[in-house]
Design a protein around this ligand. Structure first.
Ligand code: ADP
Ligand code: ADP
Length: 238
């Protein structure tokens, strides 16, 4: 059963922008999906709706394989990494990664092992007592990844996470994300407008197009070769 299932999702913002029109997507357990498409095609909007950070104007989001809370979201099951690392400047690296566990009622002592394991998994065990301002952009992003994973979510959503970083740092972080995906078996949806990044990272590429935002092609990558599962062409596109 899918981890999450989007059915015919439309998003019309109050200013009249139709950001998504009839988007459907089944995310299967363990997939690494790249959501690929030009700027403005609705990738972030789709991700935010999946995360419960925005509601669809019509259509449904279902979590067929997890119990959901009153808001319709799976309990503790989603990690989100934003474009900006959004760390709390007044808290240490430890404190930032601890936050999601603290919100679940775990004190520092109780959460210590989980937080330190998270920091070790992104190579930052030695920086637990540092403050965000002392870290490079790539390191801040690693903290943000550790924070997203510390609750062991089944689904990790990443919204163009490395767009602001230089090419070498970006490649290193891509390697890390791939390693974490292989080690944990987590399901990932990774938003990008880079064809290179999507081909390097994912085993499924969902290509979107703009005005209105919708799925244009859905490609599975199998040992380096592409299986075109569900290619959609419309009359207007030929
Ligand atoms: P909704 O239609 O879901 O209520 P709003 O129109 O109220 O959404 O906008 C929500 C937030 O997004 C507001 O803070 C608004 O300033 C911001 N926003 C408006 N237009 C854009 C845009 N084109 N891109 C990103 N954010 C925007
Ligand atoms: P992408 O992530 O693919 O660049 P977005 O999902 O951010 O695209 O935006 C899709 C469309 O919706 C764009 O035209 C954008 O300007 C518009 N948009 C995004 N957020 C809002 C908002 N809160 N209010 C109004 N329009 C928005």
């Amino acid at each position: 059963r899918p981890v999450v299932s989007m059915r015919d999702v439309t998003k019309l913002f109050s200013n009249g922008t139709l950001a998504l029109k009839g988007m459907s997507l089944d995310v299967r357990p363990g997939e690494f999906i790249s959501l690929l498409g030009p700027s403005g095609c609705g990738k972030s909007t789709a991700l935010r709706i999946i995360a419960g950070l925005g509601s669809p104007s019509s259509g449904t989001i279902d979590w067929p394989s997890s119990p959901v809370n009153a808001k319709g979201l799976p309990e503790g099951d989603i990690g989100f990494v934003f474009q900006e690392p959004t760390l709390m400047p007044w808290a240490t690296v430890f404190g930032n990664v601890h936050l999601p566990l603290k919100l679940r009622g775990q004190g520092k002592r109780e959460a210590r092992d989980a937080v330190m394991a998270g920091l070790a998994s992104v190579g930052l065990a030695d920086f637990a007592d540092s403050y965000p301002r002392e870290l490079s952009g790539g390191m801040k992003m690693r903290v943000s990844i550790a924070r997203a994973l510390v609750t062991r979510p089944r689904l990790l959503l990443m919204d163009e996470p490395f767009a602001a970083l230089d090419e070498i740092t970006r490649q290193k972080l891509n390697d890390d994300v791939l390693r974490l995906w292989r080690e944990t078996g987590i399901t990932v949806i990774f938003v990008t407008h880079s064809v290179f990044e999507s081909a390097f990272l994912s085993n499924r590429i969902v290509v979107m197009r703009a005005r209105p935002g919708q799925v244009h092609a859905d490609l599975s990558i199998d040992n380096g070769s592409v299986r075109d599962e569900n290619y959609r062409t419309s009359e207007e596109y030929r």
